[in-house]
Write a protein that binds this ligand. Structure first.
Ligand code: IMP
Ligand code: MG
Length: 174
């Protein structure tokens, strides 16, 4: 039950920070003059958000929401907002940050809920993308890295609430 975890580092701290700066540069360019609301899905994406926003060169606001799926999302196909946004996103430009998109079902349902509030635009930025697992038809606007099948931890991603604070991404041996 220590901090040790068997696995292989697949993305280093240097690679992560380089990519986060690159994404922040692109987002700063694309959202020039739009004063976007950056929405972070709790809790894994918090680490990514903190680094990303520090490199943004444009005015923006941040907000948070938490969701839980009704059982396995793949079977029941629904998410519930357990902590809602504080900001009103009507007529606002919204960018959602996620730690990893796997089946895409979570974000698919979240998008449906948020679109009903009438944002001016809504885009997705995910730190990791496991596209081979995708079930939902979801357009990813910004992605950090593509990952394979193996479960990953670190940089916000957990296994049983552990390992979020690793500076790198590690593929875990189950
Ligand atoms: P999905 O896209 O609806 O299948 O679910 C994505 C969510 O599952 C992410 O936001 C993570 O919370 C979790 N998740 C999926 N794959 C991993 C992984 O490899 N490590 C840690 N969490 C994961
Ligand atoms: Mg998550």
């Amino acid at each position: 039950m220590g901090m040790e975890q068997k696995g292989k580092i697949i993305i280093s701290e240097e690679e992560i920070q380089g990519k986060v700066r690159e994404l922040a540069g692109q987002i700063s360019k694309d959202y020039e003059g739009l004063n976007p609301i950056i929405i972070t899905v709790l809790r894994g994406a918090v680490y990514f958000m903190v680094d990303l926003t520090r490199y943004l060169t444009i005015p923006h606001r941040i907000d948070f929401l938490a969701i839980s799926s009704y059982g396995p999302a793949a079977q029941t196909g629904g998410v519930r907002i357990t902590k809602d946004l504080d900001l009103d996103i009507h007529d606002e430009h919204v960018l959602i940050l996620e730690d990893i998109v796997d089946t895409g079902l979570t974000l698919h349902y979240l998008l449906r809920i948020l679109k009903e509030r009438g944002p001016a635009s809504i885009k997705i930025c995910t730190f990791l993308d496991r596209a081979a697992q995708r079930i939902a038809d979801l357009h990813i606007d910004y992605r950090g890295f593509e990952v394979g099948e193996a479960f990953v931890v670190g940089y916000g991603l957990d296994r049983d609430e552990k390992f979020r604070n690793l500076q790198y991404i590690m593929a875990v041996e189950e």
